[in-house]
Write a protein that binds this ligand. Structure first.
Ligand SMILES: Cc1cc2nc3c(=O)[nH]c(=O)nc-3n(C[C@H](O)[C@H](O)[C@H](O)COP(=O)(O)OP(=O)(O)OC[C@H]3O[C@@H](n4cnc5c(N)ncnc54)[C@H](O)[C@@H]3O)c2cc1C
Length: 380
């Protein structure tokens, strides 16, 4: 338990663990490991989550939500991840994400249906290495014509629309900066070039845009605001990834502790060997440091101060620590830790992507130092 959580959060954490033990784990035991999670089970989790109030924690109050602050959200996300249970992903209701400030038709056609659960959006930011030019849009009257490609759009195969980062230019070729634009998946000129999955189980598409016509009203915010809009929510998402990473560390420590105390074929538990104890000590030390960073940054976020650099430091450290800890967990369990269906095997596949999503570690390091050397930002 992280130190000095307010009493209300200590109590909420207890409820969250009770929800996992009494609702999720029994449902999880009914699922065939080779199949995905059946829709009916997903819906049962959402239904139970509505009843318990967790569903509303990521939804704005004007939509009937009960939005959690950064510390509460961090605590809940860490708790879900520390359960290492595939059903936790269905607990929270859909949040507004990049559409949070939408008004008028954009609110009516996209934000409202997303929050009701009637529509799903995907995010198109990453460009393929083969791109000769980043995706671009040319303004023509009240619409824009979009060309280009995006290479790693998670959930793009089933999304109703994709929010895409483009470079905008006027008809005469002069530049209008970047913009985030909503493109409906079914509109003419949008092609799925390739559908693929990654090792943690995520499904993705690469998309090609060929003369896709989109009304100017589909620009999120204003022209020129594309990059800040795309990155606007990223602090929150990086904290989410950090909390996931720390939850994975916590689950691994608990699992390994039991393993080290259990009988071993040599006649004495592994935990009696000094060399094994040293490895376990490192796992505990790194988890302690990662968790401390996570909660310190969440508390800073509560104050509303600028924590861009602290969030970067937290994301890099927590995700890299989780990679080392899960890897060492497999090492201490031995070959069984890699058998398909073993909870560590699943975690091993999941942990790798955290060092790439929402900013690859080294790019974040570069941003952190830029913040320091060029802008004098960032706490120690
Ligand atoms: C599971 C998963 C889900 C994803 N979902 C989405 C999504 O929904 N939408 C989306 O748009 N993208 C998504 N991505 C893509 C993700 O954002 C990118 O993989 C990530 O940003 C890295 O970009 P890249 O793959 O193009 O690698 P590159 O940018 O080519 O970088 C590869 C490596 O090169 C090195 N490198 C690159 N540039 C520099 C530099 N300037 N200085 C030093 N080193 C450098 C780093 O080691 C870096 O890790 C997803 C990725 C994963 C794994």
């Amino acid at each position: 338990m992280p130190d000095n959580l307010p009493e209300a959060l200590v109590s909420l954490r207890k409820d969250a663990n009770q929800f996992i033990n009494e609702v999720l784990l029994p449902l999880d035991r009914e699922i065939d490991d080779e199949q995905g999670v059946p829709r009916v089970v997903q819906e049962k989790v959402r239904q139970a989550s509505r009843g318990a109030g967790f569903f509303y924690k990521t939804q704005p109050a004007e939509y009937g939500g009960d939005p959690a602050g950064p510390l509460e959200l961090t605590m809940l996300r860490e708790t879900w991840a520390a359960a290492n249970c595939r059903l936790t992903q269905y607990i929270f209701g859909p949040g507004p994400g990049i559409l949070h400030a939408a008004t008028g038709d954009m609110k009516k056609n996209y934000l409202d249906p997303v929050l009701r659960g009637d529509k799903r959006g995907a995010f198109g930011f990453t460009e393929p290495d083969s791109a000769t030019r980043p995706s671009w849009a040319r303004i023509e009257g009240e619409s824009m014509l979009i060309n280009g490609q995006k290479s790693y759009v998670t959930g793009g195969a089933t999304a109703d629309f994709v929010s895409v980062l483009v470079n905008v230019e006027y008809k005469d070729g002069s530049k209008a900066g970047t913009a985030m634009v909503i493109i409906d998946r079914e509109v003419e000129g949008v092609k799925v070039e390739h559908e693929f999955s990654s090792m943690e189980g995520g499904g993705h598409v690469s998309l090609v845009f060929e003369d896709v016509r989109v009304p100017l009203a589909n620009v999120i915010g204003k022209l020129g605001e594309g990059m800040p809009r795309a990155l606007g929510n990223i602090g929150n998402v990086r904290m989410m990834v950090s909390a996931q990473a720390v939850g994975m560390c916590v689950w691994t420590l608990e699992f390994i502790e039991k393993h080290l105390l259990a009988p071993h074929r040599t006649g004495t538990p592994l935990g009696e060997r000094e060399g094994v104890r040293l490895r376990f000590a490192d796992m505990r030390i790194e988890t302690y440091v990662a968790r401390s960073a996570l909660y310190r940054t969440a508390r800073l976020a509560e104050t509303g101060e600028n924590i861009v650099n602290e969030t970067i430091a937290t994301k890099v450290f927590c995700t890299e620590a989780a990679g080392r800890i899960v890897d060492m967990g497999v090492q201490l369990v031995g070959g069984h830790g890699l058998v398909r269906g073993h909870p560590l095997e699943k975690l091993y596949r999941e942990v790798r992507s955290l060092r790439l999503v929402e900013g690859a570690s080294d790019l974040l390091r570069i941003n952190l130092v830029k913040g320091r050397l060029e802008l004098e930002k960032g706490r120690i």
